[in-house]
Design a protein. Structure first.
Length: 279
């Protein structure tokens, strides 16, 4: 059986948001294949992800929330510039809400934990953050934050006396930065926009409305049942009304969607609305 193309996986995900009777009729009209099987999806995860070369920060976190050592190892390979997350993964730090016990570390990872320069260690966590004067220093100091206790310490220190700007920004773009800590760094629209550009989203619904391109977002969502099942419903709920309104049971609209998906430059809601309007 051949592997579905990126466009087929994207349209297939959206077809999962309508009644099965409609989906069967659309597949017959457009020639779209059956949905990807769980085995096929797992195969794509264990191979090198072509779409994960620049894995969005929040998507990485949603995957880590499974606390699955094999998925953690895959994420580890695709976040080379995030030393903090890499160190947390290598130490078995849990990411699932409410979990406190460490998780097993995949056998491929021991010995690969990024190191923190001795100068930063001497200052301690808060001290290193207060010494930050450049973006590079901010990233290095922020990488010392690993556990929920560390985040609480950072949040309390910033509340007592604001941390330097570069330190705050380096902490805020960490996907595992707790919302209450990030809110202390800034809440205005410009700050939120910069976070989205950095791949940090408040929720899967926010990710759905991101700049796109739509094909990439939908391809990620097509693997959501495997990669972030507890988060997927929110993305589906955000898209379902648009799909029902602009595509629904209109086979011609789905045919246009399949033709547009590969080359469309806008985001996912724009793709859906455009396909419906053209049809």
């Amino acid at each position: 059986m051949r592997e579905n193309t990126r466009a087929e996986r994207a349209v297939g995900f959206l077809l999962g948001l309508v009644d099965e009777e409609i989906a069967v009729r659309v597949r017959a009209r457009t020639g779209l294949p059956e949905p990807e099987s769980p085995a096929q999806a797992r195969g794509r995860v264990t191979r090198a992800w072509t779409w994960a070369r620049d894995l969005e920060a929040s998507v990485a976190l949603w995957i880590l929330e499974n606390d699955d050592r094999q998925l953690n190892a895959v994420v580890w390979r695709h976040i080379p510039t995030d030393s903090g997350l890499r160190r947390a993964i290598a130490r078995g730090v849990p990411f699932a809400p409410g979990r406190v016990d460490p998780i097993p570390v995949d056998a491929t990872l021991p010995g690969q934990e990024p190191e923190v320069p001795e100068a930063y260690v001497r200052h301690g966590l808060v001290g290193a953050l207060r010494e930050v004067g450049t973006w590079s220093e901010g990233r290095t100091a922020a990488s010392m934050v690993l556990t929920r206790a560390d985040w609480e310490t950072v949040g309390a220190a910033d509340h007592e006396h604001p941390l330097p700007g570069y330190a705050r920004w380096a902490l805020s773009v960490r996907p595992d930065c707790p919302p209450w800590v990030r809110a202390g760094f800034g809440t205005h629209a410009k700050f939120t926009h910069r976070l989205r550009r950095a791949g940090v989203f408040e929720s899967p619904a926010d990710y759905v409305a991101s700049d796109g391109p739509a094909l990439r977002v939908l391809e990620v969502l097509s693997m959501g049942q495997l990669l972030f099942p507890t988060r997927l419903k929110e993305a589906e709920d955000a898209l379902r009304p648009l799909v029902q309104e602009h595509l629904g049971d209109r086979e011609d609209a789905w045919a246009v969607l399949a033709q547009l998906a590969e080359t469309f430059h806008g985001n996912t809601p724009e793709l859906i609305v455009t396909a419906g309007a053209i049809a």
